[in-house]
Design a protein around this ligand. Structure first.
Ligand SMILES: [Mg+2]
Length: 110
């Protein structure tokens, strides 16, 4: 087990979120997510990064039999090796490029 931590987003990464946020409902788990997490958890500490209610999120993890792959649920951007998110842009050190990346950004499900 590596001591590297990965902060992974819930909506749009691990579930079938398509941009319509409803705080009462966590969308269905995305096909392949459980397998991906099982493999990843062998080599990394995985933390779930979400602003959703922690109890509701824990329940969703339990119902989908993937709770064992996570060491924590947090809404804080804690130090991590990498951050996985459906709405992020990788900064490459150049603001001109960054502005273009922002202006042309599109989530994968859009
Ligand atoms: Mg998201």
């Amino acid at each position: 087990m590596s001591n590297k931590t990965i902060l992974i987003d819930l909506d749009g990464v691990l579930n079938n979120y398509t941009g319509n946020y409803n705080k009462e409902i966590i969308p269905e788990i995305k096909t392949g997510a459980a397998d991906f997490l099982r493999k990843l958890s062998k080599n990394y500490n995985i933390k779930l990064f979400t602003v959703r209610n922690k109890n509701q999120t824990q329940k969703w993890l339990n119902e989908n039999n993937i709770a064992e792959y996570f060491c924590d649920i947090t809404d804080i951007k804690e130090p991590a090796w990498v951050y996985i998110d459906d709405r992020c842009i990788k900064f490459e050190g150049n603001y001109e490029t960054l502005e273009n990346q922002i202006n042309s950004f599109k989530a994968w499900y859009k």
